[in-house]
Design a protein around this ligand. Structure first.
Ligand code: SF4
Length: 174
């Protein structure tokens, strides 16, 4: 099915937003619940090489605050999000691990409470591309609104707290 849809897109069908993709897929009979997942996969495939070629220094990594460990005492600052201080929970904290790995490669990393801060940071710092970890709902909003190359990684467990992500997926994308 994905190959067929890629062919349809290759023929000029619009997948710039979820809404546009949904109307494209109306005639191939795809169930609405599968459209978000497909939308994310198509965008990831489409942007993969472009994002890979851009140096880390010109890209931004966004992590969701819900990935913090309980007891996290990171302070949140206006317009830049949570400031991880490598607290006593850092050995179990994926934010700490991802942030260290990404910053060592040259990325700027932000831990944000939501999509509106992401949009603000992108508008202000103007990266050439973005790598983001988020729940499906936030990823779709970002894909609809950010007009730059983007790679997204869906949380493996979502919710408002104690979420999780597969480290291998994040490390492969960095
Ligand atoms: S390592 Fe950083 S983000 Fe993780 S719980 Fe501690 S202060 Fe919060």
């Amino acid at each position: 099915m994905k190959k067929l849809i890629q062919r349809i897109i290759g023929m000029g069908a619009d997948f710039s937003t979820r809404k546009a993709l949904k109307s494209t897929l109306g005639f191939v009979g795809m169930k609405p619940e599968n459209i978000d997942k497909l939308y994310v996969e198509l965008k990831n495939d489409y942007y993969k090489e472009q994002v890979r070629k851009i140096p880390p220094e010109e890209k931004i990594v966004f992590l969701p605050h819900c990935l913090r460990k309980s007891g996290c005492n990171a302070k949140v600052e206006k317009n830049v999000g949570y400031q991880c201080n490598g607290c006593e929970n850092h050995r179990k904290c994926k934010i700490y691990a991802i942030k260290n790995e990404a910053e060592a490669k040259g990325y700027r990393v932000f831990v944000t409470p939501g999509g509106s801060m992401v949009l603000g940071i992108v508008n202000r710092l103007k990266p050439r591309a973005v790598i983001g970890v988020a729940c499906m709902k936030e990823i779709v909003i970002a894909l609809d609104n950010l007009k730059i190359p983007l790679q997204s990684i869906e949380l493996s467990r979502d919710g408002c707290v104690n979420t999780d992500v597969k480290m291998s997926k994040v490390l492969d994308t960095l």
